[in-house]
Ligand binder design. Sequence first.
Ligand SMILES: [Cu+2]
Length: 233
Amino acid sequence: MKLKFAITVLSLCTLSAIAHAGSITGTIKFEGQAPTMKPIDMKADPVCHAKHADEPQLNEVLVLGEGQTMANVFVEVIEGLPDKEWPMPEEPFVLTQAGCMYSPRVFGIRVGQTLKVLNPDGTIHNVNGLAIINKPFNKGMPKTLEQIEMTFDQPESFLQFRCDVHSWMRAFCSVMTHPFFDTTETDGTFEIADLPAGEYTIRATHEKLGEQTAKVTVTDDEPAVADFAFARP
Ligand SMILES: [Cu+2]
């Protein structure tokens, strides 16, 4: 994917009091004139439409915070980890469809971890998983079915979820073999914690603006910082 982008990687950080060792942090920003996100027309389903009566729901392809910080960028370690079994979260990961929008839109889950998908809307959704490496699935969720569960048995990046009832609904799930990943929120920041000291390659991926990688040195006593900037191609 050819992208014109600026990338800044600061491998040293001067913060010491608050950040802890063995971590990578950073901020991700959008550079240039940001496109205006349009409201989503949900009139096709009056239940969805009514849930956003006070304020229209904007398209979430690009979600920016103050200073054009970017939400929904998935950051993960892709090289440098020792080959071992990493501890698994005990809790399932929860994806909701409240207000006829997937939340979170972009997320990571572990191979074998339960994904709980909620339908609190009182309308029908279907969860169409366009898996390429895992087995594709398509599960209907009539309004009486408030919860389903699933797991994934293979790592896969940006497995896309769609709802065929509501064409605007999209989510992207990365199925991971380790816990060293994070998704930015509106403030654009991420933190990958508890990393053993070492040399790593990390990758930041946005659903539309592509991916970037950076090499980062993690030490026991100094957190590393990797900032990324994305722009329109
Ligand atoms: Cu739906």
